[in-house]
Design a protein around this ligand. Sequence first.
Ligand SMILES: Cc1ncc(COP(=O)(O)O)c(C=O)c1O
Length: 404
Amino acid sequence: MTGESSPRRYFDNAATSWPKAPSVAPATHAWLEGITASPGRGAYHEVGRAAAVMARCRQGLCSLIGGGDPNQIVLTLNCTDALSLAIEGTARSARRQGRAVHIVTTDMDHNSVLRPLRDLEADGVRSTRVPADPVTGLVDPRDVAAAVTKDTRLVAINHGSNVSGSIQPLAEIGAACRRAGVPLLVDAAQTIGHRDVDVDSMGIDLLAFPGHKGLLGPLGTGGLWIRPGHTADLAPVRLGGTGSRSELDVQPTTMPDRYESGSHNMPGIVGLDAALQWILSEDPDTVYRRDSELTAFMLERLLMVDTVSVLGPTDPDHRCGVFSVVTDTCTPAQLAERMEAHHGILGRHGIHCAPAAHRTFGTLQAGGAFRLSIGPMTTLEDVEAAVDGLAQATSCTSRVAVPA
Ligand SMILES: Cc1ncc(COP(=O)(O)O)c(C=O)c1O
């Protein structure tokens, strides 16, 4: 069967989810058809309506993460933007107080953590990357605790790996950070909307997340939740007009305006709000349970394909629905091409913006891996088709030899 006659099955939810929640397109369309006012800019009816949608969006996000006051949610462009604010804002604040800055992260973290840290080296910021187990991709909380020094201002760690799906033991890491008196920043890019993320029980001080992956909102959405009381240690990094305290030429200190300068992505926020209303109406625990069950099913099926190796934990309790595979029979790029052309399966090959994670698994030099990632709309039938396609696509030996 060719890709033209097979249905196209989307397995790139780790990049951005598809399909979105059914409410997203109608809500966004209706929004764009009306008077698209900008919240905080004016006092007419449509401005109030925009502000109300934005407030409900923050409320929905807060209720999912146990975040309390919705104004502690800063709406951002994506998860990268939220991580940049958390990392650069922490470094800027500490340096202004004349304090040395050391930040702990891990080899499993994404370039949206690794790159800001490398960039800040030019400003004297030091960082330590805690290694992960080369088979499971899991980090030992004791190693995180051991990496903390008297100058450590932040521990930044991803919850679920976008390479191997490995879920880090956040509650233990959070407890270790609390004992050391160091704030914990969590990158929930691959877990929010898929797994329960609870800022209190996990000891999280800063939670960065996308709106466009597991939360099923449009691209261009995301957020950073900031624990009340933490703003003194987090300087704003994007400053400008907020529509509030316009008589002042200094940044307001009130939340969320302190960190939300410039006009908002209202079409995106309307879509994210609609997606959150849908998730809340489905019951988040049901969504998480279904995701866990599908993850376990897909893992079991993938482990039965003897022509591929699956990176990461073989215990479904330690992973989310992100599966990267390698095979001896073809390169990751060839596998991606075959999966689309012959089976209509859309996945992503390469390094996945996580070079240190691929180095951990020994897959960096060979071009990374081929990744399949599920979302709340993925069906059992999709998983069966993907795993069968993978078995067929890797059954013939045609790995192209690299000329000497
Ligand atoms: C673990 C992880 N962190 C951060 C990001 C960046 O997210 P965004 O695309 O929303 O900027 C991604 C994106 O894939 C990711 O997988």
